[in-house]
Design a binder for this molecule. Sequence first.
Ligand SMILES: [Fe+2]
Length: 367
Amino acid sequence: MSADAQHHLEIPIIDLDDLASHDARAVARAAEGLRTAFGHFGLVYVRGHRIDPGALDAFYDGFLGFTARSEAEKAALGGPGIWYQRGWTPPNTEKAVIAGGQPDFKECYFAAPEPLDPVARQQYPQIYAENVWPGGADGFREAYLALGHQLHEIGLQLLRGSALALGLEPYRFEQLVYGGPHVTRALRYLALDETQVGTGILWGEEHTDFNLLTLLPGGRFLDPSGQRAARPDGQCGLYLRTRPTEAHPHGEMVRGAAPEGCLVAQVGQQLEILTGGTFLATPHVIKAPLAAGWTRVATAHFIHVHGHQVLYPLEPFRSPETIAAYSPPVLAGTYGTKTLVDIGLAPQAALDMLGYRHYDRLEETRA
Ligand SMILES: [Fe+2]
C-alpha cells in the first residue's frame, strides 16, 4: 500500500479541548478533522471526552447484572407495546434493513437520559415513552442516566463543531435536537456456539444509523468464563464502509477500533440528509469472534432531530442532485416511525397512523 493510500485510510482523531478552545487555530484544526472524518468515513475518533473508564466499567457491571436475570423478568420491561423504545429488547428482534431478514445477535436496553418534550410525548407515545427500570437496581439507573447525559453533551459539542466545519451558524444542528427522542442503548452481543463459529453469523448486520449522531464510548469483550478480556481475534468488532470513489465503487471496509482513550462518533442518516450527503451516514457492521462462548457489552447514545423538524437538505446544501436524492421532505417523527417498522421494532400497523385516519369515521357517518 502506498503512503497516500495508507493516509487515506486513517480516520482522524479530534480533541474536544480544541473545539472548546479560544484559540482559532485549535478550533480550525478540530473542524478540519471533522470535515474529513464525517465527509469520507462518516466517523471520527474523539479524545478529551472525560468519560471515566472506571465509571463505564461499573455501568457494564450493572448492565450484565440485569442481563443475567430471568427472561420473564426482563420481558416485563418495555416490550412491543412501546416498540421496544424503552427497557429490554430480546435477541432476534431488531434487524438491519438490508440484512435480508437476519436479526442481530444481541440483547439491548433502552433509556432516555434527557428530559422529554411533553407535546411530542402525546404525539409519539412509543418513541417518547417514559423510562422503565428493573427493581432493586438503583445504581444501574443512576450510572445509565449519568453516562447517557455525558455522551449527549459530547454529541452537542460535536454538532457545534460540525456546523463550524461546514461554514454554518454554530447552533444550526443543535437547535434541531432540543427535546428530541434521544436514547442511550446498552447492548450485549451474544455468544456463538461451536457450530455457529465461522458460519458468517454477524453480531450486527451492516446498516446505517437512522438518527443524527451516534456516540460510542467503547465496549468490553468477555471471555467464555465471563471475565473481561482483550479482543479474542484480529477480525471481530466494528467495521465501517467508506464513501464510494471511482477507485473503490463499493467503498472500502475499514476497522473502526478507536485508539486507546478515544470514543467514536458516527454520522447517522438525519445528518446525511440535512447536509445533502456532504457528511456520510456510515454503513457499519459488527463481526462476531472466531471463537465460541465470547460475548461483548457496548453502549451507543443516539442523538435525534426533534420529531417536529423537517428532514431535507439545509439551504446551503440544496442542488438539483441533493434535492432529487433526499426528497420528499419528511418530518423526523414520521421518519422515525417508518424506520422502526423497517427494522422490525414497530408493527406494520404503525404506518396506518401516518396521514389521514378518518376514513372509518366517514364510513360511519355515511352509514
Ligand atoms: Fe449502528
